[in-house]
Ligand binder design. Structure first.
Ligand code: TZP
Ligand code: MG
Length: 211
């Protein structure tokens, strides 16, 4: 029986730069057509204005397909575009503080787990899902702390019932193993953004998850 309380299984984390010259809005749409069911916009280098403009463009696409848009680590953009949620890391705005904000308190809040000790904290308790970050070493984000590996996923799975979103060097070859280790959802950047055919890449990943 599937007891997964999280209705999403393939999560695209996108930035314009990671799309390697392709139009990121087209990549997002193709990814949705291939089976991505939740998207996060993660722009670490943009000015607030540019981030907001990109989010306004992307939400038109996610709304058209009825899938949630999550904004990485930016309260203003989250509130202005009225995205479905916000994702924060260990050193960003605290989920408990986000729950105090009238325009955010009812949104989906994702929280990255980088230390085991975070599982006991009150921030984890109020998050809607936990990012296992990173599962494997990745060139896309190098300032990481713990590489959880498959064993780390299994360990976290035993310590919490929160939905677990695994991220970090997840590709077709290891997707099934990450799910089998206890992840509810796979989050990817390069496996889809750098693919020649993002729709096909998403379709093949989704197939590994549902098989
Ligand atoms: N957080 C932890 S790893 C990562 C982020 C945003 C990047 C994942 O990128 P890729 O290309 O899927 O390894
Ligand atoms: Mg951060």
């Amino acid at each position: 029986m599937n007891v997964n309380p999280f209705p999403y299984s393939l999560y695209l984390v996108i930035s314009e730069e990671d799309c390697m010259g392709k139009n990121f809005l087209e990549v997002a749409e193709q990814a949705i057509l291939g089976g991505v069911d939740i998207i996060q916009l993660r722009e670490k280098k943009d000015s607030p204005e540019v981030f907001l403009q990109k989010a306004l463009q992307l939400i038109e696409i996610t709304n058209k397909y009825g899938i949630p848009l999550i904004i990485n680590d930016n309260i203003t953009v989250t509130e202005k575009v009225n995205s479905a949620g916000i994702h924060v890391g260990n050193s960003d705005a605290a989920p408990q503080n986000l729950r105090q904000r009238p325009l955010i308190r009812n949104k989906m809040i994702g929280y990255s787990i980088e230390h085991l000790a975070q599982l006991d904290n009150e921030q984890t308790a109020v998050a809607d899902y936990l990012g296992i970050s990173p599962v494997f070493k990745t060139k896309t984000k190098t300032d990481t702390i713990t590489e959880w590996g498959l064993e780390g996923i299994s360990q976290i799975r035993q310590l919490t019932e929160k939905p677990l979103v695994a991220i970090g060097n997840i590709h077709l070859e290891n997707a099934k193993a990450v799910i089998n280790a206890g992840a509810d959802c796979l989050a990817v950047v390069s496996a889809i953004c750098s693919a020649d055919d993002p729709q096909k890449a998403a379709y093949e990943l989704k197939n590994e998850i549902v098989k």
